[in-house]
Design a protein around this ligand. Sequence first.
Ligand SMILES: Cc1ncc(COP(=O)(O)O)c(C=O)c1O
Length: 449
Amino acid sequence: MPNVTGNFDPVATAEKGTYWQPFTASRVLQANPVPRTLVSAKGAYYQTLDGNKVFDTLSGLWCTPLGHGHPLIAEAVKAQVEKLDFAPCFQLTHEGALSLAQRIADMAPDGMNHVFFANSGSEAVDTALKVALGYHRLKGAGNRFRMIGRERGYHGVGFGGMSVGGILSNRKMFAAGMMPGVDHLRHTYEPKHMAFTRGQPTWGTHRAEDLVRLVTLHDASTIAAVIVEPIQGSTGVIVPPLGYLERLREICTQHGILLIFDEVITGFGRMGAPFAAQRFGVKPDIITFAKAVTNGVVPMGGVIVTDEIYKTFMTGPQSAIEFCHGYTYSGHPLAAAVGHVVLDVMESEGLFERARALEPVLEDAAHSLKGLKNIADIRNIGLTAAVELEPAEAGAGVRGTAVFEEGLRQGLLLRVTGDIISFGPPFISTEQELKDMMLTLRNVIEAVG
Ligand SMILES: Cc1ncc(COP(=O)(O)O)c(C=O)c1O
């Protein structure tokens, strides 16, 4: 068997496409895999196969706020494998999952005291959608089957998440597999009204009234839930207009529709608060989470629900399973152990406060690029930002790809989707690193032209 130290050639293997990669332009990667092959990571930096040290501008994929190679996480993984490496959580339980659920419930908005574990954001979203359907059915409102998502939303790649999602490229190939009864709100991004806004735009609150239109069209008695990301992350950091989330909450409450906040990116400090729900002062009925909860080291996702939802499920015969849903690895002991360390470190190092304190630094650094050639927009909130480039004449995404490649050469691992560069740096970044990140980006954009 080939191994990394022996006769295994990662470059030749990458060139062949043996590893069919997720969300990847495979033929671009295969043509030049070396600069894109990561070999190690420490703190806020990755090392590539060609020896380049690159700053991790998106905390992996929004999931490593503590940086890489944290010694306490490494210790916890080893100790947990030695103590309890796997525990079936169907009809059984264990201390790690119990205590992590308690801890997450304690951080969640008041009255949200029940946590269901999954292994990814996609699973968390599909779980949330099932909870919503089950809840209404148990309430005698099984005709509430519709789900309302939002244009440009990203809710993972399960059939449910894909259906409520609103990114064309993720939908068109699988159109035949869409969940029935899904409709979408319009997104809130209109550059002519909000380009170069710092924080929440003042324009766009009225887009929440789309929900009223959908209620008028479908009737509330057919609608189970509305699912939105408080900040639309994957599509390139679209910040909710002032009052928008509040208005969605109002309309949902008025019509008995559940409000789901997909906090897979925003959960666990990215907004300088445990959840975006607290940052914006809007309490949903269901929160999904994943990513940062385990600092990306062991996959974990989950769903937090209100006491009312949980109580509704706890009916029927005593011996019956109330929610026929779950994953072999729901509440995995390793993920739970890592989750505890992550929350310990976030607490002991005051990382939510740190994220909040870094917010104006990132904001100033990002907006300092205003006026540079080919920049269409800059936006930010919490420890996130996006720099949107004008598409090149050669086509959408061409300039973005060139910026990504030049970024690697100049020491930045950039997250580019189309022509939008999204930023979600680690909470452990220094102020200087965030300033340097944007100074380097300036050079990168100038070099690409
Ligand atoms: C808001 C949101 N929901 C769901 C997901 C899917 O998460 P995963 O890739 O872990 O399935 C993502 C991933 O970026 C996300 O940003």
